[in-house]
Write a protein that binds this ligand. Structure first.
Ligand code: CA
Length: 358
């Protein structure tokens, strides 16, 4: 009898050692800036939660709550910092009022394309700087899905000169808003749910949102027919936030699952939104022939570039970390752009010359 007891105790101990995750059932909550139906922005958290559940055999559950539940679209960082939620999904540049350096992890005017920026994040200094900037908030931040190069937005009237921007009321977030403000635009940020009504009622004269895949669903083309090409958000990256204390307590297997899951979900959103824009763009021309797709006149683009450079210089002059990241980002972009031009641009030019595309 004694011997049997001894053996079963040993067997029990072995069993516990062999399945270290079995005792841990983890239940997390994630708050996202978006209504939970607003795909593809809402896709990465939903996919991550489903994958984590499956990969952990039902032991790591992430409950995703959209804006309709927590009502604090722009309170995500505070809620993850405070521990009400273990995770968040949002956009880093929404926190520029807390720290201007958060803008580098979404996108910046005249900045990198998605492939350039992902290279900077993962094989340059991007992730290192993101960790440094978010450290003081008690959270980790990770790339959370890219929209690709965004369109410049919807305007109720045509922009023919820099003069036409003066006094215009526009929804445009991030550093781009500051650039527009320098040219006399009245800038505001409005949550997704109120955008259409604001444009329809004339509360604003123009807005930028994402690109055809998301914009057409919002119906902006019904009230503003000028659709400009982009300059201000060439690679908008969303963001996963994770409360540091909650993360640090995870078994290492779950840490790895979460990291890989976030990376895969981010990449998946980039692809999902690209596909949505492919469909919307091809339909747009036949179904909504009234939409006038335009590029800003060169003097307007030059004025925007000049204003952007002034915004960068002024932050760099008063914020040492901004200067450091700005210099690193700019140097990386210069090298990366040379390769983009030689690889993607060169190939696209060839395909146009041969009539493969228009
Ligand atoms: Ca945007």
């Amino acid at each position: 009898m004694k011997k049997i007891l001894k053996l079963s105790a040993v067997a029990g101990a072995v069993l516990v050692l062999a399945t270290p995750l079995s005792a841990k059932k983890i239940r997390w909550r994630l708050a996202e800036t978006w209504p939970s139906t607003l795909t593809p922005l809402a896709s990465p958290p939903a996919k991550l939660a489903a994958w984590m559940k499956e990969m952990s055999g039902g032991k790591f559950i992430i409950k995703v709550e959209g804006k309709e539940k927590h009502k604090a679209a722009l309170g995500i960082l505070d809620m993850v910092k405070g521990g009400q939620y273990q995770m968040g999904h949002s956009g880093s540049y929404y926190w520029k009022g807390k720290d201007i350096n958060t803008v580098w992890f979404t996108t910046v005017p005249f900045g990198m394309t998605p492939s350039e920026q992902y290279s900077w994040f993962y094989y340059g200094n991007g992730m290192k700087y993101m960790k440094e900037v978010y450290d003081k908030f008690g959270v980790y931040s990770y790339p959370g899905g890219n929209t690709g190069n965004q369109m410049g937005g919807w305007y109720r009237k045509e922009i023919k000169s820099v003069e036409d921007l003066k006094g215009l009321k526009m929804r445009i977030p991030g550093l781009a808003g500051e650039v527009m403000a320098k040219l006399g635009v009245n800038v505001t940020n409005i949550p997704a749910g109120e955008l259409y009504t604001s444009l329809d009622r004339g509360t604003i004269d123009a807005l930028e949102w994402v690109g055809p895949g998301m914009d057409i669903k919002m119906g902006f083309h019904k009230v503003a027919k000028y659709y400009y090409t982009g300059w201000h958000e060439p690679a908008s990256e969303m963001q996963f936030l994770v409360n540091k204390k909650a993360y640090d307590k995870l078994p290492k297997e779950y840490k790895k699952m979460l990291e890989v899951g976030m990376k895969a979900a981010a990449m998946d959103m980039y692809i999902e939104n690209f596909a949505a824009s492919v469909d919307a763009w091809s339909k747009m021309k036949s179904e909504y022939p009234d939409i006038k797709v335009k590029r800003f006149p060169k003097p307007v683009l030059e004025a925007l570039k000049k204003a952007a450079d002034e915004v960068y210089s002024s932050y760099a002059a008063k914020n040492a970390k901004f200067k450091e990241i700005y210099e690193d980002y700019t140097a990386y972009m210069k090298r990366a752009r040379e390769w983009s031009m030689m690889s993607q641009y060169e190939y696209l030019e060839i395909s146009r010359e041969l009539g493969i595309t228009k």
